[in-house]
Design a binder for this molecule. Structure first.
Ligand code: IN0
Length: 436
């Protein structure tokens, strides 16, 4: 999305604070150091070719998250970058529907050993696979992996082994039927990332050693992110025939005998919303654990690294809860301006608590207003309970830290709204210069 489109979208929503956040993020924080802006292949002759290629891939595969990784303290930056690329490689094998099943399973199960094979590359992905190039040049990731300290290599290899085996089970026919299956699948693809990152944080010596025995909440950090991804990708995934919504839940809502794709039909919108809200409640139940995890973090750069995706996820649930758009058009996201504002507010646990508090109250409010509007929807109490538990967690934490919570005030006045409308009109007719 262009800078102008992002600005317009926030202006149209009447969010001045997002507009100012976008301007600050775009114009003030251009850090040219390191590899943050590397967006072309480095010359093969350069002495740091392998490392530069890894950051090129990182920037290529995930623009915004790449920036967050590179804000980590130097000791963790490279291990996390390599961990991310290894996982991305595994994902690219798992995702590709053109690979023969036997071959796919073989590569997934042995990927942790491949990490030690100097010179290994993989050219068997279909041409449409977005991150195909990463595997075509995977030897550079292997070189950098082999250059990491042993304590980091151990964590990465262990997680890769467990994740590859779990993915292989699911691609070989295991289905996401029950809630247990849903929790197991999300454990393999995201919960294990939480365990691995925690292992890296502790090994670096930069983080709270107490994290070591926190597998449950580390796992749930990942589960929350992945469950929100699975919710928001409904249309794209259903079209590609690989939906991860648990059957035991969608079965409660589709017309008798129908498949999950029935939820994409306009005449089934009420059923679809009821199912969505049920799964939102299931995801929201994980939030107290995520807050527990974040409240244990001590290092500033690690805190922001962990908090930013969590804030995006809660904002995404807030956006999609009971929202018909999820079933009507794919590729919907929270506004870029909102994302940037959340990044700016990810600095410390008090700021994060305030954001969660507002979202929990707002979701609870939307929940209250929908009572009686949908005959299929039975998750009203579930959602309400999940929101109450989030608010309760925050109150308990406030009390333990001597904090008094003030009620949120209104933001925005009549004149601010008028000013924003004028800027929006000028932008629409391209009368203001904005960088692309
Ligand atoms: C991640 C996670 C991630 C970051 C920080 C702490 C975590 C703790 C537990 C588990 C995962 C954690 O964050 C990224 C965020 C991301 O990639 N965002 C995308 C947004 C988007 O729309 O795709 C971006 O481009 O900005 C994440 O989603 N995953 C991930 C992968 C590897 C690592 Cl090392 C960390 C993917 C997943 C499946 C949720 C684990």
């Amino acid at each position: 999305m262009s800078a102008k489109a992002a600005l317009l979208s926030s202006l149209k929503a009447g969010q001045l604070s997002e507009v100012t956040a976008l301007l600050r993020y775009g114009f003030l924080s251009k850090d040219q150091t390191q590899y943050k802006t590397l967006d072309s292949v480095p010359p093969r002759s350069s002495s740091d070719y392998n490392r530069a290629m890894c950051y090129y891939f990182l920037n290529f595969t995930s623009r915004s998250f790449a920036r967050v990784i590179q804000e980590l303290d130097a000791e963790l930056r490279h291990p996390v970058c390599i961990f991310y690329l290894v996982l991305r490689g595994l994902d690219t094998v798992e995702d590709d529907m053109t690979l023969p099943l036997d071959r796919k399973v073989e590569v997934l199960r042995s990927f942790w050993q491949i990490l030690e094979k100097r010179g290994w590359t993989f050219t068997e992905n279909g041409p449409q696979e977005k991150d195909r190039v990463l595997l075509v040049d995977f030897d550079v990731v292997i070189e950098e992996f082999l250059g990491l300290k042993e304590k980091y290599r151990e964590v990465i290899a262990d997680i890769t082994k467990r994740m590859g085996a779990g993915m292989a089970d699911f691609v070989s026919g295991k289905k996401v039927v029950t809630l247990d299956d849903y929790n197991l699948y999300t454990h393999y693809v995201a919960g294990l990332v939480g365990l691995g990152l925690t292992g890296l944080f502790v090994a670096s010596g930069l983080e709270n050693p107490k994290l070591e025995n926190q597998d449950k909440i580390a796992n749930e950090m990942g589960l929350f992110l992945q469950k929100v991804n699975i919710l928001k990708d409904f249309l794209t995934d259903v079209k590609e025939g690989r939906l991860f919504w648990p059957q035991a839940v969608w079965e409660l809502y589709v017309p008798k005998g129908a498949g999950v794709e029935a939820l994409a039909k306009p005449e089934n919108l009420d059923r679809a919303l009821a199912c969505l809200n049920h799964l939102c409640a299931d995801a929201l139940d994980l939030v107290p654990s995520c807050l527990d995890y974040m409240s244990l973090l001590k290092n500033q750069s690690v805190f922001q690294f962990a908090a930013i995706p969590q804030l995006m996820a809660i904002a995404t649930i807030h956006h999609f809860f009971n929202n018909p758009l999820l079933f009507q058009q794919s590729g919907n996201k929270i506004r870029r301006g909102l994302a940037v504002k959340l990044i700016e507010q990810s600095t410390d646990i008090e700021s994060v608590k305030r954001i969660y508090y507002n979202y929990a109250l707002s979701i609870n409010d939307k929940n209250g207003r929908r009572v009686g509007t949908n005959p299929y929807d039975e998750s009203f109490l579930r959602v309400s309970l999940a929101c109450s538990k989030i608010v309760k967690w925050i109150h308990v934490h406030d009390k333990e830290h001597g904090k008094v919570r003030a009620a949120g005030g209104a933001n925005g006045t009549f004149w601010v709204a008028v000013l924003m409308a004028i800027i929006a009109i000028l932008l629409t007719f391209s009368m203001l210069p904005v960088a692309h």
